[in-house]
Design a protein around this ligand. Structure first.
Ligand SMILES: *Cc1c(COP(=O)(O)O)cnc(C)c1O
Length: 384
């Protein structure tokens, strides 16, 4: 649904605004920079932004694939009517194979026993399962070792119930441009690919680059780049690997000020009374808590009235309190920004990540399901 901007008719106390034009334009930036087809990585509810809406916008912006982590996520995209190629990059239970075939969903394959099981189930279902073979060039997660990759590839091509559509790997430190594991992973993958090509077994789609690698490691772009974080306009890492100009964050987190009142001096505020007023203070209540993904024990900051004001710990489950001294105009109903811009002030997901001692991925993926997602520009408002 497209909602009007903040107004007295806004039915939500706190909500996320997702700018789908930003998603479309970010895909455009990724295509222009990488000069490759883009797989929009929309796992984990599109990093908290909303799976179906973001996937649709990414495809409108020029993405040609969607990448997800779980089979259920792929089914949700198909149920919504999306017809693009989809790759599930994580483990999929063999019982899902018939549905993967009927829904034309491609699966990662990185284990021979699992592959045998997939093959048998594909045969019983009377179809062929599309697979992307995964090589572990150094991540230490899913994938066959480079030493076993050629044999594994030969075996997969021989299995008539599998259709070998892709070959891929994943970098452990692509967001650290100077990490020595980057060239060694690249070399390992290159060697595997060379051996496979020599035997004429190269699949159609060879891919290795996530956002950071797509932007900053031009020689690992191969046939397709798998981009998540950059799609959302967020930095792969900060400060080592920031987005170039042109990208725009898609997500804004807002809330409405729920209460404003003066408390006398020496008054405790919130559970545990970790904050005690030092004089008469104006205290506001924000309808946002740790059950929304706001960290409990961190003194956060929000934007209100164009000012940056402190939120007091502890954060409660559904609410939190802020010190409004210095903002004489504060009223119930005022717009509060937790992530995004207000006036000339800005709080980025990266800023919250720094104070929460984590990364921006974790901040946005942690935004709770109960936060309403309000989509802006559901209909494309401009063209590249
Ligand atoms: C999540 C993921 C990506 C996307 O990574 P970003 O850093 O968000 O671009 C790409 N490939 C794999 C295998 C992933 O798990």
């Amino acid at each position: 649904m497209d909602l009007p901007p903040y107004s007295a008719n806004n039915p939500h106390s706190t909500w996320l605004e997702i700018d789908l034009d930003a998603v479309r334009d970010n895909v455009g930036c990724l295509s222009a920079i990488s000069e490759r087809p883009v797989m929009a990585v929309v796992k984990a509810n599109a990093y908290g932004h909303g799976l179906v809406e973001v996937a649709r916008a990414a495809l409108e912006g020029g993405a040609s694939w969607c990448g997800v982590a779980r089979f259920e996520e792929a089914l949700t995209l198909r149920d919504a009517g999306l017809e693009c190629p989809i790759l599930v990059m994580g483990y999929v239970p063999p019982v899902c194979v018939p549905q993967a075939i009927s829904c034309q969903i491609s699966l990662a394959l990185y284990d021979r026993d699992l592959g045998e099981d997939y093959g048998e189930r594909a045969r019983s279902a009377g179809g062929r399962l599309r697979v992307h073979l995964k090589v572990d060039t150094g991540m230490g997660r899913l994938g066959v070792s480079p030493a076993d990759s050629l044999d594994f590839t030969r075996w997969a091509w021989r299995n008539q119930d599998l259709e070998v559509e892709g070959l891929f790997t994943h970098f452990a430190r692509s967001d650290e441009p100077d990490a020595p594991s980057n060239p060694s992973q690249r070399t390992a993958f290159q060697n595997v690919l060379h051996a496979i090509e020599t035997e004429g077994l190269r699949p159609r789609w060879v891919h290795a680059a996530n956002s950071a690698a797509a932007l900053y490691m031009p020689d690992v772009r191969y046939d397709l780049v798998r981009c998540g974080i950059a799609l959302y306009g967020l930095d792969p890492s900060y400060p080592e690997c920031v987005l170039p100009g042109g990208f725009k964050p898609a997500l804004t987190w807002k809330a409405t000020l729920a209460s404003v009142k003066n408390l006398p001096a020496a008054h405790g505020v919130g559970y545990g009374h970790l904050y005690v007023t030092s004089r008469e203070e104006k205290i506001g209540v924000l309808p946002v808590g740790y059950a929304d993904g706001y960290r409990r024990m961190v003194p956060n900051e929000v934007l209100i009235g164009g000012m940056r004001l402190p939120v007091i710990k502890r954060i409660c489950m559904d609410q939190s309190m802020l010190v409004l001294d210095g903002l004489s105009s504060a009223r119930v109903g005022d717009e509060v920004v937790l992530i995004g811009c207000q006036g000339d002030q800005k709080i980025r997901a990266e800023d919250l990540a720094a104070s929460w001692n984590t990364n921006n991925y974790d901040v946005v993926c942690g935004l709770a399901a109960r936060l309403p997602r309000v989509y802006k520009n559901s209909i494309r408002t401009h063209k590249e």
